[in-house]
Design a protein around this ligand. Sequence first.
Ligand code: XAN
Length: 474
Amino acid sequence: MARPVYAVFRGCLADTPAMGTLRIRARAALGVDRRSGRIVGVATESDAAPAQLVREWTGEPVGDGDVETTDLGADQLLMPGLVDTHTHAPQFAFLGLGHDLPLMEWLETYTFRHESQFQDADLARTIYADAVRRMVRGGCTMAAYYGTIHLEACCILAETIRDAGQRAYVGKVCMDQNAPDYYSETTDESLQATEAFVHAVLGGQSAADDGVLVRPIITPRFAPTCSARCLHGLGRLARDHQLPIQSHLCESPAEVAFAKECFPDCVSYSAIYHAAGLFGPRTIMAHCVHMSDDDMRLVRECGVGVSHCPNSNFSLSSGVADVRRFVDQGIPVGLGTDVSGGYAPSLLDAMRMAAAASRTLVAARRDSAQPAAGSPLDAAELLFLATQGGARVMGMQASIGTLDEGKLFDALVVDFAAPGSPVPPPSVTPAVLRHQQADELEQAWRLRIEQFVFLADDRNIARVYVGGRLIHAL
Ligand code: XAN
């Protein structure tokens, strides 16, 4: 028998349409058209039968047999998938190692050596399969991945992600200067391989089509390892193919100084990317810890998105990025795990580390004569950064990030009563969790969400959907 075309989920929906706004729809129904992978409608407090709801949403003559209904349990909710705006797939192989050195020494001592091994396609296949599996298990429905300089291994990464059903941007890393002989490429090799990669991944599809699961992203590693000709060539490729761009910016003081030394005519680190046509609303810049006023101005004026990678910033002793400052200036911010500068391939960890980073800044400024850092990030703000905030950084805010009609159904079923769950059962959480009044029920879910942010792990991610397709279930 053919599978029903529509899926309807009934139960609690939780998402964050704006920074700091946690929307709880405790008694809701959400419909998905499996053909398009999109949400066709959301109803709250409705007693209508699922098929009736789908008829109202679509205007189609839908019968009971056309709808598969999933009733979420009393300890389950549906929320948007988590978005990782910055991670390095090859670095999953040395997770948790080498954090004894700061960024530039870490790159030279461990990272370049390790990444150079990805000329071996079999190694790439093994490491990438494991990396993507871990990401999906942790509830990451879309990620911006860095590969290595090797075209074949990058194609394997894109294929692995597509096979797993995850949504992603994948970048072939470019580095034609200030890189060791064993892990470098000429400018022409870098540009030609990038163009070949773009064609291989898109395979004739449009990069502007949000429904295309895996899309290429232009990836100069960072300004110090790219010549001006390489950066300008990449800027042209991004413009010609309408592609997103990712790189690193203002991560550590030594890195900022080296970037300026490499490009002495540029007034700021950001100005290097800007001059090459790499700064725009489709650009994702990771870290942004040590930003000058000129960096802030260019990022803001060009609509560049910031990937906040707190685990990495702590682990490599890079510093503490000021997320509140970006938010207050209207700069899009999302979270990045930055494996393996960051040791945890988990957006739950990224939320917790972002909380710690913001509390650290607030406390440090309170105890010194510096200007106040504002209030620390709360659970609703952290969840926003991991979902709709990340979607905005990816240029996907109209397509993913919340549970709204018309968006792609990239979502998680979170189960607070899963076996071994690190979230305490309702019997030991506040009594309000057991109450059934509408406002109390909503309040109970708010507490649950806070616990999700600070306590949950893979065991609570019961199901993962991307584009309406179930790609992981416990
Ligand atoms: N700059 C970087 N920062 C980081 O955290 N990880 C990297 O791989 C990298 N390359 C340049």
